[in-house]
Write a protein that binds this ligand. Structure first.
Ligand SMILES: Cc1cc2nc3c(=O)[nH]c(=O)nc-3n(C[C@H](O)[C@H](O)[C@H](O)COP(=O)(O)OP(=O)(O)OC[C@H]3O[C@@H](n4cnc5c(N)ncnc54)[C@H](O)[C@@H]3O)c2cc1C
Ligand code: SF4
Ligand code: SF4
Length: 676
């Protein structure tokens, strides 16, 4: 099963190897079996959280939906004895238990889950978000929606801000039976996925579909309503049982250098908002973008797509009328006849490899013709006689012990007719200043309740400007806090591993194998079981066969993330990743281009990629333990009782505690815990 040296050399890729070249020491299995036999420990089945899930801020049950896509975990059976839904739908339903935006996430999440994936110790991480992309698209194409809440608590929650954080919170609260009203200052929902990220990254039909599903659950929306201006916060707090604030960090930071007040100096958030609202149809001949994050990349890429007009104003006015009357009007159409490319330079203070932007976004803008000037710090804006910026003056810098050392005397100008600073964002707290701390963010406790404001919860960029998946995770966590608050319960502590868990009990329920309800023995039970009731002991008897418990199973998912060292990696042969195709957008075709860069996997590719998952921390039915147990003590659970996670059981009368099943378990699900 392991990889031969020839294969490894052929693939030129890493693969797991237990022994190094030339290593000749080996462990005798016989010794190991007899030594281990003295441990008096037998296997038990321990559920842990896989690192992909532990690294996903929205807490996706990644392993769960990968197991569904690859065909291991099956949908519950319907009345006709057939699966009640397709695997695609079942995978989507599992995804959306944690995160209601899989089609968006699959496209633009930088996928910290993949950074944590144990498969990297064998060859390369599992392409998790490409599978999320496929399933998210499938759900939209097949019109899947969320069930309307079946019970109502009568409680109402105000959600301030209709970005992904606010919408995620509304979604999770609706599932818990609480009514929600979203107050949104713009005329559209979505926050940054509608006004920040360009449509070639988050196509608006995809955004609309994933947002509309949440509204279809019965969420009320008040657009064009800024809390703190159109309606006061105090008023909302009075009228609603609880409040969630998800107002994002919508104000682009202004560049603080002399001359930055020039009219042709702007910030990245304003630039992108104007573009996304259709108010910007050209960028200028030469644009300098300052910064190295996602916003800087988006500004640069949008500027390359927009270009600059190469005709006079009169010709342009006439041409616009002509183009607008054509049915196929598009920026591209206009671009092809009237525009030429803009030169776009990104100026960044640190080294390119330290840019916080996603690597693929950086690679994409370079391919699209953006020039990167790294290790340069902005000094001033050079203006012409009319006060317009004509250049950005920069100074090259060195970095010594993380300190920036400007190279005095080496300043130079980068000529331009537009400067866009993408140097961070701030939260606009006007009308809600009581929540702002000295860093301009809200101070919250572990349950995301605003400190000193019971019943008010905050999430997303308003507490930590980071990622979409982070804001979505905050929405889920806050919804749980709000639920406790509305029920008058203690909010409690958050678990160490704070994710949405795979649930064995739910699995048992889905397949009609719900454990029996526990009841203590009655006098009649004792007489029946023991023949007499001379000494009546009503305590537990024969609990190893009782049907009210999940035997020899321990759930450590809220405490333990499965590390690669606990897996049997030798089980997994080298298997190349099924990568998504990237459309080639380069200097030749970038002008006016509105196409998505990334192409979704085909169904067979998505399934093949899911098969690369090693199911860290949960049985994936490989049969190794059954095959290798020298005692024949590990057996397959009879089909009628088996579910995912209950595929095998151990006959403890036969087990000698040799550890072999645990050693050959690829997933770390078997631990020698019985007898501890
Ligand atoms: C240009 C850019 C590119 C990015 N690219 C990525 C990426 O590729 N991947 C990724 O994961 N993350 C990316 N991010 C980060 C991501 O967009 C944010 O982390 C995320 O949008 C935060 O969600 P949120 O719900 O907290 O806030 P937002 O999305 O900002 O939504 C806040 C909402 O609140 C509304 N609002 C604000 N104030 C009020 C008020 N007083 N009353 C009523 N409504 C109000 C706003 O209009 C907005 O709709 C990017 C960010 C930017 C700016
Ligand atoms: S939301 Fe992001 S981090 Fe979470 S599973 Fe999807 S791609 Fe990975
Ligand atoms: S191998 Fe699968 S379960 Fe393990 S970390 Fe990677 S995606 Fe998650």
């Amino acid at each position: 099963m392991s990889v031969s040296p020839e294969e490894m050399n052929k693939s030129k890729s890493r693969s797991f190897r237990r022994y190094k070249d030339g290593q000749s020491e080996y462990r005798s299995w016989q010794d190991k079996i007899f030594d281990a036999g003295w441990s008096h420990k037998c296997p038990e089945y321990v559920l842990s959280t896989p690192p992909c899930q532990g690294s996903c801020p929205s807490g996706h049950d990644v392993r769960g939906w990968l197991n569904i896509v690859r065909g291991i975990e099956k949908a519950p059976l319907g009345a006709d004895g057939k699966p009640s839904m397709s695997w695609q739908e079942y995978a989507w339903r599992r995804m959306t238990e944690a995160n209601p935006f899989p089609a968006i996430m699959g496209r633009v999440c930088p996928a910290p889950c993949q950074g944590g994936c144990n498969r990297s110790e064998v060859d390369e991480f599992v392409g998790i978000n490409s599978i999320e992309h496929f399933v998210g698209n499938w759900a939209i194409e097949h019109g899947l929606g969320f069930a309307k809440p079946t019970h109502k608590t009568g409680k109402r929650v105000a959600i301030i801000g209709g970005g992904v954080g606010g919408l995620s919170c509304a979604y999770h609260l609706m599932r818990k039976g609480h009514d929600c009203v979203v107050f949104e200052s713009s005329d559209k929902l979505g926050g940054m996925i509608s006004f920040g990220l360009p449509a070639y990254r988050t196509p608006r039909d995809i955004v609309d579909a994933e947002v509309q599903r949440i509204l279809d659950m019965g969420v009320e929306v008040r657009l064009n309503t800024r809390v703190g201006k159109d309606v006061s916060f105090a008023d909302l707090r009075r009228k609603f049982d609880a409040v969630f604030i998800g107002i994002g960090a919508q104000t682009g930071n202004v560049l603080d250098i002399p001359g930055s007040d020039a009219p042709n100096c702007t910030d990245g958030i304003s630039f992108l908002r104007e573009f996304n609202e259709g108010k910007l149809d050209h960028a200028g001949k030469r644009i300098v973008v300052i910064g190295g994050g996602d916003t800087a990349m988006d500004v640069a890429a949008v500027a390359r797509r927009l270009g600059s007009y190469n005709v006079d104003a009169e010709t342009l006015g006439h041409a616009k009328v002509v183009v607008a009357t054509r049915e196929s009007d598009s920026r591209r159409g206009l671009a092809q006849c009237l525009r030429s490319s803009s030169e776009v330079v990104i100026a960044y203070r640190r080294h390119v490899q330290e840019m916080p932007a996603s690597k693929h976004e950086l690679d994409a803008v370079i391919q699209e013709g953006v020039e990167i000037q790294s290790c340069v710090a902005p000094v001033s804006v050079v203006k012409d006689a009319n006060g317009n910026a004509v250049a950005l003056r920069v100074i090259p810098v060195d970095w010594v012990n993380k300190k920036m050392i400007p190279k005095e005397g080496s300043e130079y100008n980068i000529p331009c007719d537009l400067i866009v600073s993408a140097v961070g964002q701030s939260v606009n707290w006007s009308g809600m200043d009581e929540f702002k701390n000295d860093r301009g963010l809200a101070k919250v406790d572990k349950n995301l309740q605003a400190v000193g404001h019971p019943g008010v919860f905050v999430g997303g960029d308003a507490i930590t400007p980071f990622l979409l998946t982070t804001a979505i995770g905050h929405g889920r966590i806050a919804s749980e806090g709000i639920d406790h608050y509305l029920k008058g319960e203690d909010l409690g502590k958050r678990p160490k591993v704070d994710v949405h868990y795979w649930d064995l009990l739910q699995k048992q329920n889905e397949f009609g194998k719900t454990p029996e309800t526990y009841r203590s023995r009655t006098k009649e039970d004792v007489i029946k079981e023991e023949g007499s009731a001379k000494e009546i002991d009503l305590g537990l008897r024969g609990s190893d066969t009782a049907q009210f418990a999940l035997h020899n199973f321990e759930n450590r998912a809220d405490k333990y993330v499965m590390p690669s060292k606990d897996l049997f990696l030798g089980h997994f042969p080298f298997t190349p990743r099924n990568e998504r195709e990237m459309r080639v957008i380069d200097t030749a075709n970038v002008l006016g281009n509105e196409e998505e860069r990334v192409v979704a996997l085909a169904e067979a590719q998505a399934q093949a990629e899911a098969k690369r998952c090693m199911s860290c921390g949960l049985c994936f039915e490989c049969d190794n333990c059954v095959i290798y147990c020298p005692q024949g003590a590990v057996k397959k659970t009879p089909k009628a009782q088996a579910t995912t996670g209950r595929y095998v059981y151990t006959d403890y009368a036969k087990c000698i505690g040799c550890h072999i099943c645990a050693d050959v378990c690829p997933t770390g699900y078997i631990k020698m815990g019985m007898g501890d």
